[in-house]
Design a protein around this ligand. Structure first.
Ligand code: ASP
Ligand code: MG
Length: 402
């Protein structure tokens, strides 16, 4: 078998953890498997490097910033290869240029295009453990690029695709994907399996276990992902296309506080207004989430929608600058809201799921401001101060606890 094992920064934060990771990889290697290890920079190294750049200039060139950031991962892989060697196992570290991991040219947000597997294959055939830098690539100018924060997960999945790995293990400081954030819902339970789509929803709702692009890629190529902890031996969560007969109706509850509601008031109730509004926002690359339009009265109506809270100021300015074109009286905003969602691939065909969620919220006297549904999630917008309580009552209502 060929296994790709990716370890995040916290898993290689110091000498002890590096040795621990090395020993765990050797267990796999000694079973006769080919082992490819992908590493992030140690601990908070990447943040530290960004800080160093900022001490020189507030506006570093993107090329030089990537040149700087890629050093973090090189430290990890070299030390890890030494760790293997000190334990008597042959290993070799490779950076993105040595492998030839080709990306698009955009510094800081490059996308992987092509991975040359020849060098890796040769090293594996020589029975070496191959330790590869995550997060980085080279572009058509042979310059170093990075894939965006958290990008090492995507490197690992891309290598699993290129090498036809049997699976890809992602080791982090949590030991899997939970039915809810255990810090907020203490009796949350670890899921043994989630589908790719569910995982993408969890991630988009702030449960940042994996880099989203890594899950998209795993889904596209059918790479089986396993999320687990490098510090415990607990079984992790498997992310794959679900085939199980007993799909869980609802897999989990997630909250997202990076949201704000905007209401555009008193626009004309006639064709083309919604188009003008959302086309305008699309032009400025503002992502809009839940949308509600009121029933018209006196030839006027209101349109409300949510945006990321980090986009609120900009969105308000854009709309205020275009009130006349939008035929609007005014625009208002509320940034003390939160989104709560239930996620589950099995709930589409089950009526009553939404009702159950709303019942739980009403029982806790929590007011719902907006509602949106998709095939695998139901989202409500509520007051931010109710968010933790809402998560707990909804989690209870669906009996997701142990
Ligand atoms: N070291 C990079 C970061 O901190 C990439 C990664 O860890 O995935 O974002
Ligand atoms: Mg990460």
């Amino acid at each position: 078998m060929l296994v790709v094992k990716k370890f995040g920064g916290s898993s290689v934060a110091d000498r002890e953890r590096i040795m621990n990771v090395a020993r765990r990889c050797i267990e796999d290697y000694e079973k006769g498997n080919d082992v490819v290890v992908v590493l992030s920079a140690m601990g908070k190294t990447t943040d530290g490097l960004l800080e160093k750049a900022r001490e020189i200039t507030e506006t570093p060139s993107k090329r030089e910033l990537d040149m700087l950031l890629v050093t973090g991962e090189q430290v990890s892989v070299a030390l890890m290869a030494m760790a293997f060697q000190s334990l008597g196992v042959q290993a070799v570290s490779l950076n993105a240029a040595q492998v030839a991991m080709r990306t698009t040219s955009a510094y800081g947000q490059a996308k992987l295009k092509r991975i040359d597997t020849e060098r890796i294959r040769n090293e594996l055939d020589a029975r070496k453990i191959v330790v590869i830098t995550g997060f980085q690539g080279i572009n058509k100018y042979d310059d170093m690029t990075t894939l965006g924060r958290g990008g090492s997960d995507t490197t690992a999945v891309a290598l699993a695709v290129a090498l036809h790995a049997d699976f890809c293990e992602i080791y982090t400081d949590v030991d899997g994907v939970y039915t809810a954030d255990p810090r907020i819902v203490p009796n949350a339970k670890k899921l043994s399996e989630v589908s790719y789509d569910e995982m993408l929803e969890f991630a988009s709702l702030g449960a940042k276990v994996l880099h989203n692009r890594s899950v998209e890629m795993a889904k596209r190529y059918g790479v089986k992902l396993v999320v687990l902890s490098s510090l415990t031996r607990a079984e992790g969560t498997i992310i794959k296309e679900k085939t199980s007969m007993e799909k869980m109706l609802v897999s989990g509850v997630a909250a997202d506080k990076n949201t704000a509601r905007i209401s555009v008031l008193g626009v004309k109730d006639e064709p083309g207004i919604a188009f003008r509004l959302f086309n305008l926002l699309a032009r400025y690359r503002i992502n809009v989430d839940i949308i509600i339009q009121s029933v018209g009265r006196d030839n006027r109506k209101d349109i409300s929608f949510t945006v990321a809270r980090t986009d609120l100021q900009e969105t308000m300015k854009i709309i205020n600058d275009h009130l006349e074109m939008l035929t609007a009286d005014s625009v208002s905003a509320d940034d003390t809201v939160a989104k709560i969602s239930i996620i589950g691939a099995g709930m589409t065909s089950n009526p009553g799921v939404a009702a159950k969620m709303f019942e739980a919220l009403s029982g806790a006297n929590i007011n719902i401001k907006m509602i949106a549904t998709s095939e695998i999630r139901i989202t409500v917008l509520i007051d931010e101060e109710d968010a933790s309580r809402a998560m707990r009552v909804v989690h209870d209502a669906f009996s997701l606890a142990d």
